[in-house]
Design a protein around this ligand. Structure first.
Ligand code: FAD
Length: 348
């Protein structure tokens, strides 16, 4: 059984480099260990935090008064029909790179996203016109409420924009493995994102060689500080801090009065999605906006950063609230955080 360590600092395990100590910290190196550790903690009534790549987590300065279980299970199975089943602890971008090299299409636009495979269904990871709901066919979980291992199909995952049943009911499911149905092809899926199409010099809907799609996405992401790089302080973030608000018709009409012609993406149900970055910039928070030791990324308005690695979670939360309040005052739209909060909240 894995070693249990007391009082481990959590900041180094997060991309924001924030968070106090874990009362107890343990690494689960296999699916069996992961289930056993969590099941035992549940029997003992011990609070559990599952930690993967720490790239979508804001952990408070008080740390976590319970058991932090770091997922480190490994294993990738590629079936002849393009189905790929991967253990939760595998690195996501290494998997994408391997799929691209082996001529498997469907996740190439998700290149460069930090974190581990088991986290990808949690917020239905997405970028540049792809998200994992397009390819995930099954998620193997340990259901902590039922105390059993279950295989969920895609419908049971309840995928939506940056959301799923896993995010809705945090703590119920431990993701053990994920199956993606990929397509054997040297060409990408139809390019669905304007900025990516422009970078590739193609029209929306065209296909390009997989490796070209991956390289173009990585280049675009690097330009925004969205690929982890120890040399780039803008990447000390949790990615986008706010989701793009989705407004119903009444809320959209209200925003039209305050901001005529505001940018938007139409949604199938008549709702509109508004770029949070546009709202933030137009509420008076430009790239590089600084508050003590934290700042908005100099490359990407949506990322709140800890450039020196020395700021506290309290400082980050204060900046997040200032931005949220500024946007609410100007546009009457309330921004919601994308990363998972542990021991902290955006509420005052
Ligand atoms: C620079 C940067 C760029 C990013 N770009 C994107 C992007 O383009 N698109 C996007 O969608 N996201 C993006 N993100 C956010 C983040 O990378 C993803 O959400 C990623 O999937 C999180 O993975 P992780 O392994 O780091 O999860 P963690 O941060 O470790 O965990 C996130 C949440 O999932 C839970 N969790 C983790 N593993 C499991 C498991 N096996 N079972 C149950 N619960 C689990 C944790 O308890 C926590 O609640 C970015 C982040 C950074 C820092």
């Amino acid at each position: 059984m894995a070693d249990r360590l007391a009082g481990v600092r959590l900041a180094p395990y997060t991309t924001l480099r924030m968070g106090g100590r874990a009362r107890v910290f343990v690494e689960a190196r296999s699916e069996g260990e992961l289930v056993e550790i969590v099941a035992e903690a549940d029997r003992n009534g011990e609070p559990v935090l599952i930690l993967s790549g720490g790239s979508n987590l804001v952990i408070g300065d008080e740390g976590f008064d319970g058991l932090v279980v770091r997922v480190a299970s490994t294993g990738v199975e590629i079936a002849g029909d393009g189905r790929v089943t991967v253990q939760a602890g595998e690195d996501w971008d290494a998997l994408v790179s391997r799929c691209v090299n082996e001529g498997l299409a469907g996740v190439e636009c998700l290149s460069g996203i930090p974190g581990l495979v088991g986290s990808t269904p949690i917020q239905n990871v997405g970028a540049y016109g792809q998200d994992v709901s397009q390819t995930v066919t099954g998620v193997r979980v340990y259901d902590r409420t039922a105390g059993e291992i279950r295989e969920l199909n895609a419908d049971q995952c309840g995928f939506a924009y940056r959301h799923s049943v896993f995010k809705a009911d945090t703590g119920r499911h431990v993701v053990l493995a994920v199956t993606y149905a990929l397509t054997s092809s040297d060409l990408s899926g139809p390019v669905a994102y304007k900025e990516l199409a422009a970078r590739l010099g193609v029209e929306i809907g065209e296909r390009v060689p997989l490796a070209e799609a991956r390289e173009a996405v990585l280049a675009l992401r690097r330009g925004k500080g969205m690929v982890l790089d120890p040399e780039d302080p803008d990447t000390r973030s949790a990615g986008s801090f706010f989701t793009n608000p989705v407004l119903d018709a009444a809320a959209a009409a209200d925003l039209e009065l305050r901001a005529p012609g505001f940018p938007r993406w139409g949604m199938p149900d008549g709702a509109v999605k508004v770029p949070a970055a546009w709202l933030i910039e137009n509420a008076g928070f430009p790239k590089g906006y600084e508050k003590g030791r934290v700042r908005i990324s100099t490359k990407h308005t949506l990322a709140l950063t800890n450039p020196t690695g020395e700021a506290s979670a309290a400082e980050l939360l204060a900046l997040a609230r200032e931005v949220r309040d500024g946007v609410r005052e100007k546009f009457s739209v309330t921004l919601v955080n994308e990363p998972v909060m542990v021991g902290v909240s955006l509420a005052d």
